[in-house]
Design a protein around this ligand. Structure first.
Ligand code: PLP
Length: 348
């Protein structure tokens, strides 16, 4: 295990989720815990959200759902976005998962393999990623609705841009496809919750907002990532640091070599663009991020500390994502397996 320390504040996750649940108004708030709860650890995160009152969970694939079942107990509903894939029937049945059927083929597979097993349906309202197309749904709904699907869902492509015309188009398509079905409905992830009550329907699906990311600007920070300083050296003006001589010292500088790199999810795109923090003081990353190491200019610190933070209150997941030219989702899910994950708060 790396000595870099990843600390996850479960109280902050719970507070963010509860805030999004309140913003969901009369709708139930589910919890999206796919990809190991966005890299933060599904076991602790889902257990805490269950104790906070979450009852409906969403995962990407059946194997994640089977692992989740052991965490949240028999009563919770676990929905699977990828639906019913070939070979999934034992996991769906064994763990009592609810596949969100994405195509007529998946519907046929599900009814053949598990005719009495619950399911939901995912509808494509324009994102063209997952879900039944409107024509397929028109053709299938007569067979599927009498079997009482547990949920009809769709997903918004542009919900993080409130003024994007796609939002209203998808809302209209979802209504066209589901009004009058008498079935529970879900359209909103974090961004959709913030679009307001028209988008809430019966159940919302917050993910990133619970984990401290935009578009939920009011989110409390959840993650701290603290990286050990392995050594500190003086570099004279004109000397270079790291692969490709990518950085040349403009003055005599103190350079700290840090024990984490792109194999730990600190993207190589941060080379020369990111910074690390000693408390509130920023220290620029210099040279290229390498696999297990990176370097920071700590000249301005009186005493270089034993650790420098790359995720902390002074630099949250969206700020770091901005430096890397990506989004918080990728920063979080890239966090490597080498970190020991430490938890604080109830359920730690
Ligand atoms: C990932 C995902 C969510 C959660 O989205 P956030 O933006 O993280 O809140 C909800 N629904 C679907 C279908 C998803 O794939």
């Amino acid at each position: 295990m790396s000595q870099a320390k990843l600390t996850i504040d479960l109280d902050a996750v719970a507070a963010n989720w509860a805030a999004l649940a309140r913003l969901s108004g009369g709708a139930e708030a589910g919890a999206v815990v796919k990809a190991d709860a966005y890299g933060l650890g599904m076991e602790r995160v889902a257990a805490r959200l269950a104790s906070e009152g979450a009852h409906s969970f969403f995962v990407a694939e059946a194997a994640e759902g089977a692992a989740l079942r052991a965490v949240v107990g028999p009563a919770a509903d676990i929905y699977v976005f990828s639906g019913h894939m070939a070979g999934d029937a034992p996991a769906i049945e064994g763990a009592g998962l609810i596949p969100l059927l994405n195509s007529p083929e998946q519907a046929a597979r599900h009814r053949a393999a598990l005719p009495d097993h619950p399911f939901g349906v995912q509808l494509d309202t324009g994102m063209n990623r997952l879900g039944m197309e409107e024509d397929d749904w028109r053709a299938s709904s007569g067979d599927l609705l009498p079997l009482q699907p547990r949920l009809l869902i769709s997903h918004l492509a542009c919900a993080d841009e409130p003024d994007h015309p796609m939002n209203a188009l998808q809302l209209a398509a979802f209504r066209r496809m589901t009004d009058g079905t008498g079935t529970r409905r879900s359209l909103a992830a974090t961004g959709g919750i913030l679009l307001g009550p028209d988008y809430h329907f019966d159940l919302t699906r917050p993910g990133i907002g619970s984990y401290g990311g935009l578009p939920f600007a009011e989110a409390q920070p959840v993650v701290r990532l603290s990286i050990p300083v392995i050594q500190v050296r003086t570099v004279e003006a004109g000397e270079t640091v790291g692969y490709g001589n990518a950085w040349t010292a403009p003055r005599t500088a103190r350079i700290a070599t840090l024990g984490a790199g792109y194999a730990d999810g600190l993207l190589r795109a941060l080379s020369g663009r990111g910074q690390v923090y000693a408390g509130d003081t920023a220290c620029p990353l210099v040279g290229r991020v390498s696999m297990d190491l990176m370097a920071a200019d700590v000249t301005d610190l009186a005493h270089p500390p034993e650790r420098l933070d790359i995720l902390c209150p002074a630099q949250g997941v969206d700020a770091l994502a901005g430096a890397a030219g990506t989004i918080s989702y990728e920063i979080l899910t890239a966090l490597g397996r080498r970190y020991t994950r430490h938890y604080t708060g109830d359920g730690a």
